[in-house]
Design a protein around this ligand. Sequence first.
Ligand SMILES: Nc1ncnc2c1ncn2[C@@H]1O[C@H](COP(=O)(O)OP(=O)(O)OP(=O)(O)O)[C@@H](O)[C@H]1O
Length: 709
Amino acid sequence: MAAVEVRNGYKYYGSKKNPKIVLNQLNMNVMRGSIYGLLGASGCGKTTLLSCIVGQRNLNGGEVTVLGVKPGQPGSGVPGSRVGFMPQEIALVEEMTVKETLFYFGRIYGLTDDRIREKFKILKDLLQLPSAGQMIKQCSGGQQRRLSFACAMIHDPELLILDEPTVGLDPMLREKIWDFLVETTRNSKLAVIITTHYIEEAKQANYIGLMRNGVLLAEDTPTNIMIKFGTQSIEDAFLILSQRQGNEDQLNQIMSHGKSQTLPAAAPLPTEVIDVHEPTAEKPPLPYVEPQNDNGKKIFFTTKGRLKAMMTKNFVQLFRQPSGIIFMMLFPIIQLSCFYMAIGKTPKNLELGVYSGEVSSYAECFDESLQTIYTVNDTCRFNKLSCRYIQALGDDIATRKYYPSEEAAYADARKANTVGYIYFSHNFSASVYEYIEDSIYASDGAIDNSEIVVHIDMTDQQVGYFMQRKLRDTFSTFMNTVVRECNVSAALVKLPVQFQDPIYGSTDIEFQQYCAPGVVMTMVFFLATLMTAAVFISERMDGIWDRTLLAGVSATEMLWGHLLTQLIIMALQSFEVIVYIGIVFDTYNNGDTTTLIGLLTLTAFCGMLFGLFISVFCKSHTEANFVATGAFYPMIILCGLLWPLESMPAFLQDLVMVLPFTIPSISARNVIEKGWSITHEKVYNGFLVMAGWTIIFFVLCLMGIRRKA
Ligand SMILES: Nc1ncnc2c1ncn2[C@@H]1O[C@H](COP(=O)(O)OP(=O)(O)OP(=O)(O)O)[C@@H](O)[C@H]1O
């Protein structure tokens, strides 16, 4: 009975208009209980043929039947546990140990843990596998190949497909593997298709298919092939066939020369020997029943064993490489520490020039016996009042640097040695006295000279604003003490504007508090994005994704496996972030912490799906990094994190409202500063926006993954 039948298999890569034909009306029969050696030069289409047999790819024409079913038919077990596939590349997770790898595949195939242990013992002896605890990346190339072979065999499949399993193995082990295959196929219904470059070793196969340019030139037992072509070796027979095909190709080319280029009609070369085997039994195939045990138990979207296998693999992959732990747990801490230490604090260690025309030596200002305010006949008198201001100014933002003249202070400020300078006129004290005493009747000269003149370098706007604020606040304190000591109404020197207690927040709220919610959200979002994109692209490039699909796991199951893993990590990360900033940086939260953790976890989850979305549509890590970095800056700049949204043009304001961070970071701020709960519209709308983006990315990912699968 045939295990595999291919009839008129036709497959091309590229477009319909410009196809690259890889399989050309190919016919193939593989019998149960036999080994089929598929031989052919590199690039002749062997791997493509195998991928069509296991259901990884579809033929463009013709038919494939595997174990009596069409590959990919729901519930057929192909791809899945009826087939064992060993791809050409290793396609194993480097960070997993030998034992973990076998458990991964065993559980995916629905084997019980006890059965996996049993099989492990058998395969370990047979294939001389490395010790159970050895990591794949510490195994030699040959050891990795043997383990990959063991993974394809662990579940006792009905059909075993091995794409060059013996490459790089020593002759002794090659022989051992062949002996094992011969023995097993002789005593069971197992069918084996094996591709190899070692033509002579294929002599041990029951049947051989000689393939060239997408066509099976001959298919028969090794002995029959040699007899038919009168050769001593299969290699010579292959040579004769290849020459014949070459002549036919030339003939075809001459015949078709000048004809218009349409999709090439398949021009099959007759297979020299076909259907030499017993006729295919036409009995309808028995329905395939998935193994029922603890690991095979259905839960939610998959089986218990598969979920366990996928999540273990995902955690191992992440946490066994130092970069994974650093990225997941240390990066948020490092980034937050940088943010809280570097952003929004009051500048320090600046230098501010000071010139007072009232004093000859600035030491006078710090002389303890100096009296800047004294009373004469119940009237306040001022002496060197500028010293009082200079003392009040202190050095907390900028160190005072004293100058003998205004010109010298100006010259130094021009050289950017100071952030600017303040200047008091020679009759500052007398002018302040006149201003207070005569108020609106004071002379223009007195009003001018009672002012502190300030020149600031405004090229650094933030520093400039901080200096202005400091000088203004100091002036207000200074004047208040002066009038209080002179028993004059403070109202005289106060602005006629009263700032009462703020409705929300505090008067001294720092920029850091304003932008912290946005910074934390963007950070967890993009960490999740980069990590997910990296994991998925690696998985695809290493071949683990395809191999798992071929083991019967659907793309949706794999996607859910990843989502659940990441969700756990993201929740931990959000908790870590909030606890860290709460304890180390003594930040406050007037609202509910659980709401914040929820919003942050949702943000990270959305970031993860964005990473997945990128990885589905990008072919390489480089491409994914370009897209992630390209998205990072617009999202950060446009979300109101750095500058108020209200300053944007109206159309842009409307547009940015739908971006993933704009409304959610306002929501987070509303929880932290205003103490609003999730029932408040301006809090739950942040959740809605983030959930909306999560759903959009999820649907796009699912569409992309399904299309690719
Ligand atoms: N995804 C693809 N897109 C376009 N061309 C492809 C693709 N995969 C394979 N090919 C081409 O199809 C041809 C057959 O490739 P295939 O991998 O099936 O050959 P092979 O016989 O298995 O070779 P090897 O023994 O070196 O593994 C090659 O010319 C290859 O370049």
